[in-house]
Design a protein around this ligand. Sequence first.
Ligand code: ZN
Ligand code: ZN
Length: 174
Amino acid sequence: MMEQLELTTQEHKANALSHIIDKANDCFDKADEFFGNKFKRSTCNLKQRGRAAGTAHLQKNELRFNLFMYQQNPTEFINTVVPHEVSHLIVFQIYGNSVRPHGKEWQAVMRKVYGINPSRTHTFETPPQKQPYAYRCSCQKHQFSKQRHNRAQKGVEYICKGCKTNLQFIGENS
Ligand SMILES: [Zn+2]
Ligand SMILES: [Zn+2]
């Protein structure tokens, strides 16, 4: 739909994922050191959608993270969500399926290995159902999210792939 935007989004994604992977590796290193173990490293991706900031897929040894929430506050996300999810894998590798997901074993890893308060919930906003901002180019109307609208207002240019003209803000959807 928007050439310029797609490029920018790809860059954001690659950047976010590399920060997340760095942090996850750091979390595994800390757990190795703490337990005198060598935990199996997981894969990380940005497939998480909806209300969850992240999920740990224990059998696949895979962590999925929510890019929409990462973008709201990358530092907060890196410091809380990544250790939260890595802790699930650490607990699984030690105890298997025999313990509760946010039970005392998981809480102990969060506290003792990572020194953070074991919270089950996050404070990130969930994706809006409807895109609230209307833009137009020479050929059609486009809908923008609040985040994209804010970037556009700060000077990021979005170009319609169809007609190659700049998108102009025309108003909020009611
Ligand atoms: Zn959890
Ligand atoms: Zn157009």
